[in-house]
Design a protein around this ligand. Sequence first.
Ligand code: NDP
Ligand code: OAA
Length: 431
Amino acid sequence: MDLSSLARPQALRGGSTGALGAHAARRRSVQLLRPRRPTFRCSVEAAKQQVQGTLAAEAEAARKECFGVFCTTYDLEADEKTKSWKKLVNVSVSGAAGMISNHLLFKLASGEVFGQDQPIALKLLGSERSLQALEGVAMELEDSLYPLLREVSIGIDPYVIFEDADWALLIGAKPRGPGVERAALLDINGQIFAEQGKALNAVASRNVKVIVVGNPCNTNALICLKNAPNLPAKNFHALTRLDENRAKCQLALKAGVFYDKISNMTIWGNHSTTQVPDFLNAKINGRPVKEVIKDTKWLEEDFTITVQKRGGVLIQKWGRSSAASTAVSIVDAMRSLVTPTPEGDWFSTGVYTTGNPYGIAEDIVFSMPCRSKGDGDYELVKDVAMDDFLWGRIKKSEAELIAEKRCVAHLTGEGNAFCDLPGDTMLPGEM
Ligand SMILES: NC(=O)C1=CN([C@@H]2O[C@H](COP(=O)(O)OP(=O)(O)OC[C@H]3O[C@@H](n4cnc5c(N)ncnc54)[C@H](OP(=O)(O)O)[C@@H]3O)[C@@H](O)[C@H]2O)C=CC1
Ligand SMILES: O=C([O-])CC(=O)C(=O)O
């Protein structure tokens, strides 16, 4: 047997799962790696130490090991179908035991983002508190029998879970509970994103695409990219696609059309209640929104506020924040980067403002209109209209992000933090 063609089992690779992916032939065998049993020792003390050692080894193994059936090595070439498959894509997800991930992971594994010829490895990041739940997630992934899902690993160390990541979906963040100051939340979550930025910088693919979902996502994305100086800042995104989708839905409802008739929808700014859903440039059936919806008061007030506060209203109804629709919007955001943007249209994403053509402050993460050739990269859309109303709103969101940035200076390597946040702004989910 030529052992060199065997996929290496996960434990030998320090935290990833069994197969090497790609096209190469992999021999099928099942290897479930378990910690070795201790040899017997004669003193009680030694026995105690041995048991403790075993428990520690088992805990360590549980943190690192590939999960169940995903430890299986396999022969890709033995399967006719897989011959046309692309190279394995590694997707790392934090907050993987949370509500959003519970929808998202199954979409990723089914091929919804990358298509039916793209095998996928899911690397799931949890914490001590969520490790058991993470095993439950992995069990459900096993039981779903997704042909494209070739590897699943679970762990609590970002330096292991982000290794070779082509995509990093950073969802895990502490939710803002009652009595938690916005400044305190920025600090607590900022620490998470600073550490994850460093880990990505050290071990991820050099062209990793990072989508920050955990709130406050724009400033978390800024912290993350500042802590990853060896990765292109351009590759970091803050998710504002849910806001775009919400805005499209509201315009469609008002105009009495199905939402596929809405295009060119920009969300400018922060994923917060200062966000700016842009009805000046958006189109309905290819016509400017203002030609179709003549009620300017509705556009400037009701529409804008409804989109800004949609998350909070949903929390009041559901008792928890948007999870399924957020997962859908993450899929949309990823697909927008891996498929060419339809002619004349664009999508919104929060990106690093360096050399932006609109005059928005540099060195923050701001949602803007983008187009992609489908290669994972994007360009800003240059020819957008601006009026006083739109610009005034944009400046308010910009001011909020600049204030947030000052508040996390200690996490971005820019000196002492000074926190003076505008009092009237909130996350979309806050009321
Ligand atoms: N940008 C957007 O459009 C949207 C963003 N969001 C944001 O996404 C994030 C995740 O939402 P959702 O999946 O619903 O949340 P959940 O509460 O279900 O999951 C959040 C995960 O965050 C992790 N976490 C990390 N640090 C902490 C901490 N200090 N305390 C508690 N949990 C922590 C937990 O995982 P573990 O223990 O494994 O670390 C937990 O599983 C939130 O920040 C939310 O505000 C939500 C909707 C839309
Ligand atoms: O505020 C939250 O946690 C939820 C959120 O971002 C949204 O619904 O847009």
